[in-house]
Design a protein around this ligand. Structure first.
Ligand SMILES: Cc1cc2nc3c(=O)[nH]c(=O)nc-3n(C[C@H](O)[C@H](O)[C@H](O)COP(=O)(O)O)c2cc1C
Length: 208
């Protein structure tokens, strides 16, 4: 079945989902504290396993944000390509965005999951870690969609997992687990439609 693009004009939520694109270069324009609070509140509304909400958000601006960009640039030189290139690109996105929001798992569910829910011991760590990652990923996506709805640009920087221990220490979240670093701002230039999505029909089967 051919994708029907008209569904995205059916309502604001579908339009926002369709409009969201990864933007990696940002204009100098600031974003307001109110906009930041909206993004954090939207992220915090995400579903979470056992409703544990075990995510942490760290908002970086000013010199702290510059420090993160420097850390990533320095770390990049220890890697060969393509990781080096992707880390350097990440550093440039961080440097150009007015604000960066980092998301980490608190690790609470991993440490205390078995007190909430009985799972076979051999599986418990994997189970609760996966649940925690999936919950935080939902929070990140909420944040990206909320940003799009406000006319803001974002990109989810997952490559920084390669230097996660340094990044978590820098964020003051050494106990946590790295999820995402998201530069937020206004797009430096008009964004195109982004990479084409494969038709969803290729990925679906219906069982009846
Ligand atoms: C888990 C995850 C990790 C990602 N990591 C990076 C990254 O490190 N650097 C980057 O430029 N984009 C990253 N992206 C963005 C993807 O490259 C992007 O979503 C994809 O190319 C599709 O483009 P779109 O977001 O515009 O639809 C990541 C996206 C996800 C979901």
């Amino acid at each position: 079945m051919q994708p029907d693009q008209t569904i995205f004009s059916m309502n604001e939520t579908l339009k926002t989902i369709n409009d969201r694109r990864s933007i990696r270069a940002f204009a100098k324009e600031e974003i307001s504290d109110k906009q930041i609070r909206i993004l954090l509140q939207a992220a915090n509304e995400a579903p979470s396993a056992h409703n544990q909400q075990s995510w942490r958000f760290v908002v970086l601006k000013g010199q702290k944000k510059v420090g993160l960009a420097e850390l990533v640039t320095e770390a990049a030189s220890r890697f060969s390509r393509p990781a080096q290139t992707l880390l350097r690109m990440s550093a440039r996105s961080i440097a150009s965005a007015p604000v960066v929001i980092a998301v980490a798992n608190s690790g609470y569910l991993i440490d205390h999951g078995t007190e909430l829910f009985t799972v076979e011991k051999a599986m418990a760590h994997d189970f609760f870690r996966t649940m925690e990652i999936q919950s935080s990923a939902a929070a990140v996506q909420n944040m990206l969609l909320a940003a799009t709805s406000l006319g803001l640009a974002t990109v989810w920087l997952g490559i920084m997992f390669l230097i996660k221990d340094e990044v978590l220490a820098f964020l003051g979240e050494p106990e946590g687990e790295f999820m995402a670093v998201v530069p937020v701002g206004h797009a430096a230039r008009e964004s195109g439609s982004g990479p084409q999505k494969e038709p969803f029909g290729m990925k679906v089967k219906y069982l009846d």
